[in-house]
Structures are given as structure tokens and as C-alpha cells.
Write a protein that binds this ligand. Structure first.
Ligand SMILES: C[S@@+](CC[C@H](N)C(=O)[O-])C[C@H]1O[C@@H](n2cnc3c(N)ncnc32)[C@H](O)[C@@H]1O
Length: 529
């Protein structure tokens, strides 16, 4: 049974207060660019590193100089830096909402003559397939503002993982999107720019309340919020897309170890990510795509990435491992993330609990990466028509830096999926008759021993996308070099066989699979249909 949808915002009164807040934020020009101009790029960079001292010094100096604070600076101090401000300044900066309205919204608390933030509120700027956009995002106060470890019900704002997944989302329009584990609602908000209908779920009532406020504050409609665990709130429903930044952090189930809603789904090891992946097919329309981030354990000598691929069995999948951490580094990262500082007894106790859990289950490393799943059109119980599309089973380790991806990898991922389908639908004879071109971001690099005429290494470099590097031999280098859209692949291979004095069939058997791989990578392009 479906959970009751929550209205967004939850009442006319809340909607009215959020509209007033929106007006005040607009009036004060509370934008990413204005904040950066206010405290400068260096202080902004410090804030990204979790340090607010440089930004505070700039604002303190301005207050000392002018005797009071400009509205933008007041809002920045209060909501971004988490510093109490004089009540008069707050009242001036929020003229339509007023302090009473802000208290009613749960945005601030009065403390004598000053006002302090009860929520974090900051602008968030982005670029996607529809252009540039900017929203204001409410979330729980971070470690800087509360000055200690986070509460277990903490609702996260927009973090690195949220932005990675927002950038990875396929940019093409979709009928319906499910955002599983929506938190402050950021991915559902992004999805609303592509989809007619978005359903956003979370196990946390508080997260849904904040997501509802963010939708209301930013005037976004068409997103339905539902309470419940994993796919329970969407039982029996299918979507064109699923997006999830699930609570994938592996946490020991030991008394006294905090269980943070925002990052930990309450299961043992990587079982939560496994559950999200395994059940995705049941909630995807034919050809529907799920995209999520996840962790996978290297457990009992088993390759973690291969385990993740097993979870996706039966679905088309493309899984990219972006990094692997030893369990010690993993534990340090996540204990610190919760706001517990190294060098404290609490940190050491948690560290031991993490290592005990990993030891007990035979885990020595943890992988992190991107998972893309696609439901084949002919999967049982959906359609009887056999699929005309060949499968996708791509599992790779790409631990290096990405290429220059601008607003994110989504466009590249979408192009690579289409290219894969395009090359797989062609027989070898059809591919040989195809005129390929080299993608505009691809360059060739040659390395020579000093004095040698022949290169010792030839590399194809991808400037965008995953920033891939592919080693070339003489035949493949010559094939890529000749792919100018004029000559078909077979004609190039024939000419090369003559030039290199090798058997044409044997050369084709070598080069056609290599060309297919370069098409999959987005380095060679099929002609547009
Ligand atoms: C890492 S946060 C992601 C938030 C947001 N989507 C983002 O990308 O910033 C994970 C979210 O999953 C929620 N969550 C935890 N356990 C869950 C479960 N069993 N089912 C659904 N959501 C869950 C948490 O409350 C949290 O909001």
C-alpha cells in the first residue's frame, strides 16, 4: 500500500511564510555570486573546506566599519556561518517574513536580543541541460554551527555526493522519476526539471518536512513526497528513471555507535545498497534507467566490484568504481564526517568498533562508485516482445580524475548508452560499412625515446567524459587517425592491411572490437541517424 503523500508545503500558512521568505532572500540578493563577492574567493574556498574564520573576519570588519550589517551579510552570518546576529539586524534582513514568521517556520530561535539560526539556509547554483539555475536550500545546521557531532536525525544539505549524482543524471526528458532517500529534496528538485512527475521518498519524516519546505520555498511543483523505507512507498509502481544517493555508509551495529539517518540505512555492511540495486528492476519501466551511488565491500577475498555486478544480475548495468579505501581510511573518513574529532576518546572508541565489524566480516577494503541499471524491454513480467537491443554489462575501475565535465557526466553517459546500443545493433559487416569520426575532445599523444624515430607509446586521451586514456598499437592508431567520416571502417582496414602487409581478415578481427570499445567510450562516434 502506498504511504500517504505529504503536501508540499504542508499548509497554506507555511506556503505563505515561505513565499515571504523567498521575497526577502530575493530582495537581499542572497545568491552564490553575491556571497562570493561579499567575502571573496579565498574565504569561500575556506568555507568549502569547513572553515568559517576568514569569512567571519570579513563580515566582522564590515560591521565594525559601518556600525551595522547589510542585509545580505546578516543572512550570510546567520544561515551560512551559523553565527547569532542582533535581532534588529535580523528583522531588517527579513522584512516580509519578520522574526515571528521565521520562528514559526522553525528557521530561527530568539536568544535574548539576538537571533540564531535553527536551520541552515544557503543558495545553490547549478547548470544542467536546461541552463543555469539557482535555488535556496534549507537543511539541518552543520557541524560548524552546532560546534560538535551531528544528531542522528540530521538532514543533510547539498553535499559532494548530491552534486555528483545530480551531474550524473541523464539529461533527457522522462515521464516519471523516483528519488529514493530524498533528504532535503535536492535530487527530486533536479528531476523536476526533466520529468512530468516526481515521487520522492525518505524514511525520515524530518527529511520530508525539509524537502517540502525546499519545494515550497523555490516554487517547485509536481513532486510528491512519501514516507517509508526503500521501495515500500512505491510498491507496485514503475518509473522511467530512479535516482538515489542512498544511505550507503557502512556502519557497525554496535551499541553506542551513532546511526545517522542521512548516511546509514540500518543494515549490516553494504546490504542496503544491495537491496536498492536488486529491487530496482521491479520499479523500472521497460528501458527505464536507475542511477545511484554506492559502496561495496571487498569481503572474504571477493572482489567488491564483482559483488556489485552480481547484485545487478538480470539488468543491463554499467558500474564504475571511482575509488577503493582500506577499511582504516574508510572508518576515519566517516567517523570524522559525523563530527567526531580525531584525538578524542570518542573517536578512538568508534574507530575500534568500525575495525571490529570489518574484521568480524572479513572486509579489508571498501569500493565507492556509480551504478547505472537499465531494465531490458523484454524482462519477464513486463513485455512479451523480445528486445531488439543487445545487453549492457560494463564493469570498470576508473580511479583517476574525470575529464572536463562542465555541468556533470550525465550528457556523456547518455551519449555512451546510445552509442553502445548503436554499435551493438550493427553486425561486423555493418560496422565495416560505417563511417566513423573522432570525438572533438580526443587527442593523441606520442612518446619517443630520445633519438628514436618510432614512438615507444601512443595514447588516445579523452578531454571530457571519464577522461579515459587508451593505449594504441600501430593498427588502431592508424584506424583512429583515418576516421574522418569520409572512409568506411572496412575500407580503412583494407588499406591498412596492404600497407602493413598483414592479413585483412585477421586485422579486422583485431580492429573491429577495438573500434566498438572506443565507440562505447565516446571516443569514436557513429554517424548521426
Ligand atoms: C545520503 S542521504 C541523500 C539525500 C539526498 N538525496 C542527497 O543526495 O543529498 C540518504 C537519505 O536516505 C534516507 N534513508 C535512510 N534510510 C532509508 C531507507 N531505508 N529508505 C529510504 N530512505 C532512507 C535518509 O534519511 C537520507 O535522507
Amino acid at each position: 500500500m502506498n504511504a500517504e503523500p505529504h503536501a508540499a508545503p504542508s499548509s497554506d500558512r507555511t506556503a505563505d511564510l515561505l513565499a515571504r521568505l523567498r521575497g526577502d532572500l530575493r530582495r537581499a540578493r542572497f545568491t552564490v555570486a553575491a556571497l562570493e563577492a561579499l567575502w571573496g574567493a579565498d574565504a569561500a574556498a575556506s568555507l568549502h573546506r569547513g572553515q568559517r574564520v576568514p569569512a567571519r573576519r570579513v563580515l566582522d570588519a564590515r560591521r565594525a566599519e559601518h556600525g551595522s550589517s547589510a542585509d545580505l551579510a546578516t543572512l550570510a552570518e546567520l544561515f551560512v556561518l551559523g553565527v547569532p546576529v542582533p535581532g534588529d539586524d535580523a528583522a531588517r534582513a527579513l522584512p516580509a517574513l519578520g522574526i515571528d514568521g521565521a520562528v514559526e517556520l522553525g528557521l530561527v530561535a530568539r536568544d535574548g536580543t539576538s537571533v540564531s539560526a535553527a536551520l541552515d539556509l544557503r543558495p545553490y547554483a547549478f547548470t544542467d541541460a536546461r541552463g543555469n539555475g539557482e535555488w535556496w536550500i534549507l537543511s539541518d545546521l552543520g557541524e560548524l554551527a552546532i560546534g560538535g557531532a551531528l544528531g542522528e536525525q540530521h538532514v543533510l544539505g547539498v553535499g559532494g555526493a548530491s552534486m555528483t549524482l545530480a551531474g550524473l543524471m541523464l539529461p533527457t526528458p522522462a515521464g516519471s522519476v523516483l528519488d529514493l532517500g530524498t533528504g532535503c529534496g535536492i535530487l527530486a528538485m533536479h528531476a523536476s526539471r526533466l520529468a512530468d512527475r516526481v515521487v520522492a521518498t525518505d524514511i525520515s519524516q524530518r527529511a520530508l518536512a525539509l524537502a517540502g519546505m525546499n519545494l515550497g520555498l523555490n516554487g517547485i511543483e509536481g513532486v510528491e513526497l512519501r514516507l517509508g523505507s526503500l521501495y515500500d512507498p512505491v510498491a507496485g509502481e514503475r518509473f522511467d528513471r530512479i535516482v538515489s544517493n542512498p544511505p550507503f555508509v557502512i556502519t557497525p551495529r554496535t551499541a553506542g555507535v551513532p546511526e545517522y539517518d542521512y548516511r546509514d540505512g540500518g543494515l549490516v555492511g553494504d546490504a542496503l545498497v544491495e537491496s536498492v540495486v536488486r529491487a530496482a528492476g521491479e520499479h523500472l519501466e521497460p528501458d527505464g534507467v536507475a542511477q545511484l551511488l554506492g559502496n561495496w565491500e571487498y569481503l572474504d577475498g571477493r572482489d567488491g566490484l564483482a559483488r556489485a555486478a552480481d547484485w545487478a544480475d538480470g539488468l543491463d548495468h554499467w558500474i564504475v568504481e571511482r575509488e577503493v579505501q582500506h577499511v582504516t581510511e574508510y572508518a576515519e573518513t566517516w567517523i570524522r564526517d559525523g563530527g567526531t574529532r580525531p584525538g578524542t576518546a570518542a573517536f578512538d572508541r568508534l574507530y575500534s568498533a568500525w575495525l571490529d565489524d570489518f574484521d568480524a566480516r572479513g572486509v579489508d577494503r571498501v569500493g565507492f562508485g556509480y551504478v547505472l541499471l537499465r531494465r531490458r524491454a523484454d524482462m519477464a513480467d513486463v513485455a512479451t516482445e523480445p528486445s531488439t537491443r543487445a545487453g549492457l554489462a560494463r564493469v570498470e575501475r576508473l580511479h583517476g580524475p574525470l575529464g572536463d565535465v562542465g555541468s556533470g557526466l550525465g550528457g556523456h553517459v547518455s551519449d555512451c548508452l546510445a552509442a553502445h546500443d548503436g554499435q551493438m545493433s550493427r553486425s561486423d559487416a555493418e560496422l565495416a560499412a560505417t563511417r566513423l569520426t573522432v570525438a572533438g575532445d580526443v587527442t593523441e599523444e606520442r612518446h619517443y625515446w630520445p633519438g628514436d624515430e618510432d614512438p615507444t607509446a601512443m595514447l588516445l586521451r579523452q578531454g571530457g567524459g571519464f577522461g579515459r586514456t587508451v593505449a594504441l598499437d600501430t593498427g588502431l592508431a592508424a584506424l583512429v587517425g583515418a576516421c574522418d567520416g569520409e572512409l568506411a571502417v572496412g575500407a580503412i582496414v583494407g588499406a591498412l592491411a596492404q600497407l602493413l602487409e598483414v592479413d585483412e581478415e585477421a586485422l579486422a578481427a583485431e580492429l573491429l572490437p577495438a573500434a566498438r570499445a572506443l565507440i562505447d567510450d565516446g571516443m569514436l562516434l557513429l554517424p548521426s541517424e
